[in-house]
Design a protein around this ligand. Structure first.
Ligand code: PAF
Length: 281
């Protein structure tokens, strides 16, 4: 496994691999790796001859400076986990390497970015598109791997690659959960032991809400989830909505679409967590 910090060096190595007809897969990450990331790496290794993992905490996607500053950074542990998983190249650029010039690009992804994360984190998806497009240009992967916990992010990246005509296949991988059901996230490390224990209630409540379908109306299920969590003093639900999985727009009746998805963002103390559940109707 090689750790590379410069785009030029990365391109040089990967062009050698391509000359040998090797297929290249990319797992973009912001580090602070957990088993969820490793499951993406394993899928990447299974599908491609060369696996590249990028580690870069991208400043342009944080709309909150404190969130950027407090985002966990564990490079030594990350490198050890990736070595063990069988990764071939780690790309770990500096901020100057990724953004030698400020990235002035403004994307327009239409209504999919007007809702949920897009509505509550202004500029977030523009920053994600900036960095992910730069990573795609640097690595030129055949396939790129993203976790379904960030469901809206995958939808945005799919639109981005169409708009920019980037020849990469986007592979969505299932959410990995801790034994309590809590969706794995780098941010979980910032929870106190008590908050960590309570946080399992998020997945538990979502799972319970699925048992009400289709008996309860969509808005009743939404109210149930929000109230159940807000009743616990440790939580503050930022949003919970049940949406069409293709358009990401709210649904009002179960019959409107197949497999709608419920997406939540909830503060557990100071830590903002997201999760989602697919409803079978
Ligand atoms: O999902 C993430 O970790 C980030 O948004 C990504 C895709 C690595 C871009 O910085």
């Amino acid at each position: 496994m090689r750790v590379i910090n410069s785009v030029k060096e990365l391109k040089r190595h990967l062009s050698e691999e391509r000359k040998k007809d090797k297929s290249i897969g990319l797992v973009p990450t912001m580090g602070a790796l957990h088993e969820g990331h490793i499951s993406l790496v394993e899928q990447c290794i299974a599908d491609n001859e060369i696996c590249v993992v990028s580690i870069f905490v991208n400043p342009t996607q944080f709309n909150d400076k404190n969130d950027f500053a407090s985002y966990p950074r564990t490079p030594e542990k990350d490198y050890a986990m990736l070595e063990e998983a069988g990764c071939d190249y780690i790309f770990a650029p500096s901020e100057e390497e990724m953004y030698p010039e400020p990235d002035m690009r403004v994307f327009d992804f239409g209504s999919i970015t007007d809702v949920m994360e897009g509505a509550y984190r202004p500029g977030h998806f523009n920053g994600v598109a900036q960095v992910v497009s730069k990573l795609f240009y640097a690595v030129e992967p055949c396939k790129a791997y993203f976790g379904e916990k960030d469901f809206q992010q995958i939808a945005v990246i799919r639109v981005m690659v169409k708009q920019l005509d980037i020849p990469v296949e986007i592979i969505a991988c299932p959410i990995l959960r801790e034994s309590t059901g809590l969706a794995m996230s780098s941010r979980n490390t910032r929870l106190t032991p008590e908050q960590h224990q309570k946080a399992s209630l998020i997945a538990h409540t979502l799972k319970e809400s699925a048992t009400f379908v289709p008996g309860k109306k969509v808005h009743e299920v939404i109210d149930y989830v929000i109230n159940a969590l807000n009743n616990e003093p440790v939580f503050r639900v930022e949003y919970f909505d049940i949406v069409n999985r293709d358009t990401l727009q709210s649904i009002h009746n179960w019959t409107e679409t197949t497999d709608p998805i419920g997406c939540i963002a909830v503060y557990c103390g100071e830590v903002r967590l997201i999760d989602n559940i697919t409803y079978k109707n």
